[in-house]
Design a binder for this molecule. Structure first.
Ligand code: ZN
Length: 136
């Protein structure tokens, strides 16, 4: 089972890791390690043929699943569909969901959970180009 480790942090950032995603096992939530205030992020993996052992629903938060490797099926209420590496699935509040690995290799994914309807400005309506010197 991978653990979440804080690598370094400053006044304006926190850097944590779950380690290598090759051979990653289980589920890890990272909000507490980074101190995130706008969303919860988790890394998850399912071995071949496995699904999450329960369905669940959220009252306030939508979830966005990003499939990093493997392939499988996703179920929302009574609808199922195929998912593959690169798939991004948004799931609304108040519905049941589950995910299953159907590939020979594990299905590895990130789930980002955030309050439904909370995104106002984003990308270029929220960001501005700044003039900081590059130290890298
Ligand atoms: Zn959830």
């Amino acid at each position: 089972m991978n653990e979440v480790k804080v690598i370094n942090s400053g006044n304006k950032f926190a850097h944590a890791t779950v380690g290598s995603l090759h051979g990653f096992e289980g589920k890890q939530f990272v909000k507490d390690a980074t101190g995130a205030t706008s969303c919860e992020i988790s890394f998850g993996t399912l071995p071949s043929g496995q699904s999450v052992p329960f369905f669940h629903s959220h009252k306030n938060n939508e979830e966005n699943y990003i499939i990093l490797s493997g392939s499988g099926k996703f179920q929302v209420d009574d609808e199922t569909f195929e998912i593959n590496e690169g798939s991004v699935i948004r799931v609304s509040t108040n519905c049941d969901r589950n995910i299953k690995c159907t590939s020979d290799t594990p299905l590895t994914y990130i789930c980002i959970q955030a309050k439904e309807g909370s995104l106002g400005a984003y990308t270029m309506t929220d960001a501005e180009i700044t003039t900081r010197g590059n130290l890298m």
